[in-house]
Design a binder for this molecule. Structure first.
Ligand code: GLA
Length: 389
């Protein structure tokens, strides 16, 4: 994993533009501990921001446009006009996030000003750790710093989501942007996606979050994701509800015969996952891993059997971590699915045995190379001026 820090980003900006930046905005990626595919059903999620993320260094200019350099795409650079109406750029698809965010900010009346931007990050791509949301949140901080305007974290999250839904074309929920904007050090956030309120749930000091990338490239993510979303909407409509949040599990179970089997199972995942997420937050608040581990295990089974978003390799990885944890580690797939990462929560003293088990058995049994990330629950997006020497 790339080791990035403000000094390095500062140097990269100087190399690209010939002078130092005025400031650097940072926004984290996230890992979701539980509550998968519940956000767009207006349910509960329990994510934590992590210590991997995106950096956007910036400096104001008197131009009527932005000049943006993508350090991680061979230093490719684009010019983006400061206007509501934006066009997608097929030659530099990374810049669509910038264009989408500029368009949304402008449409909603935020002030924008010319400037130079250098973007870089260290979230492994395609891992399901929200590199896009982190880029959106860092960009919004940098752009408003350039213009001298302000924004609250919830509006920043909604603008990032709108850019992604309406401009980039991914029908994601609000979880990733909200946790990247609002994350808190050493805490996960229990977010109610209906009213967007959140409660910090502090991580017991001797617990660790271990993320293991399965090495499986996420395939079919967008089409399968959008299909799951439509199936959930269909289930809600059956009950005359605007979202599955309004539907009770007993009513769903009673209507099994009237729904398409897939639609029924997708809805059952969402309703049971909401209940599990609230219980998981309570178990974490009590520091009770023996209670948390079976809840995370049930979440994985529900994603595997009812929502059908796991892969055989991911199932193997989760089973391996659960066995190695001997009841003291919670483990489940995290994120949208179809590849990507598994998350484990365990006492510090148990983590080495989890890592050993992954190293000894995962590649041998699946042929996929794992990437192990020991993550820390971290702060949400922030911005710092660069002190000129
Ligand atoms: C992706 C989306 C989120 C959420 C998760 C699944 O990360 O961006 O909004 O729906 O999948 O929980």
């Amino acid at each position: 994993m790339k080791n990035l820090n403000d000094d390095l980003v500062n140097q990269q900006f100087q190399a690209a533009f010939g002078h130092p930046p005025a400031g650097i905005a940072h926004a984290p990626g996230r890992v979701n501990l539980i509550g998968e595919h519940t956000d767009y059903n207006l349910g509960f999620v329990l994510p934590a921001a992590i210590d991997l993320g995106t950096w956007v260094a910036f400096r104001p200019t008197s131009d009527d446009h932005l000049t943006a350099v993508a350090q991680d795409f061979a230093g490719q650079s684009v010019i983006v006009p400061l206007q509501a109406d934006q066009q997608r750029d097929e030659d530099a698809p990374w810049s669509d996030y910038l264009r989408g965010v500029v368009g949304e900010l402008s449409q909603r009346g935020y002030r924008l000003a010319g400037g130079e931007l250098l973007m870089t990050g260290n979230i492994p791509s395609g891992a399901g750790l929200s590199s896009s949301a982190s880029l959106e949140m860092a960009l919004i901080r940098a752009l408003l710093e350039l213009s001298g305007d302000t924004i609250d974290p919830t509006d920043a999250a909604l603008i990032g989501q709108a850019a992604e839904n309406d401009f980039v074309g991914c029908a994601c929920g609000i979880m990733d942007q909200l946790i990247s904007a609002r994350g808190q050090t050493n805490s996960a956030l229990l977010i109610d996606c209906r009213d967007l309120t959140s409660k910090p749930i502090s991580m017991p000091s001797d617990w660790e979050i271990l993320i293991v990338h399965s090495g499986v490239r996420r395939g079919l993510v967008e089409s399968e994701y959008n299909m799951r979303r439509r199936q959930c909407e269909e289930a809600a409509r059956h009950f005359g509800a605007t979202s599955l949040r309004e539907v009770k599990l007993a009513d769903l179970l009673a209507a099994e015969e009237d729904l398409h089997p897939n639609v029924f199972r997708r809805a059952r995942h969402v309703l049971t996952e909401n209940a599990r997420t609230v219980k998981a937050a309570a178990a974490m608040r009590e520091g009770n891993l023996e209670r948390l581990a079976p809840i995370m295990a049930a979440s994985h089974v529900s994603m595997r059997d009812d929502f059908e978003i796991t892969t055989p390799e991911i199932d193997t990885l989760v089973a391996l971590l659960q066995d190695a944890g001997k009841g003291e580690a919670g483990a489940r797939m995290t994120g949208g699915g179809f590849g990507g990462c598994v998350v484990a929560v365990a006492p510090e003293r148990v983590v080495p045995q989890l890592i050993r088990a992954v190293e000894a058995d995962y590649e041998r049994t699946t042929g996929c190379e794992p990437l192990i990330i020991e993550a820390r629950a971290s702060a949400g997006a922030f911005c710092e001026p660069v002190t000129l020497l």
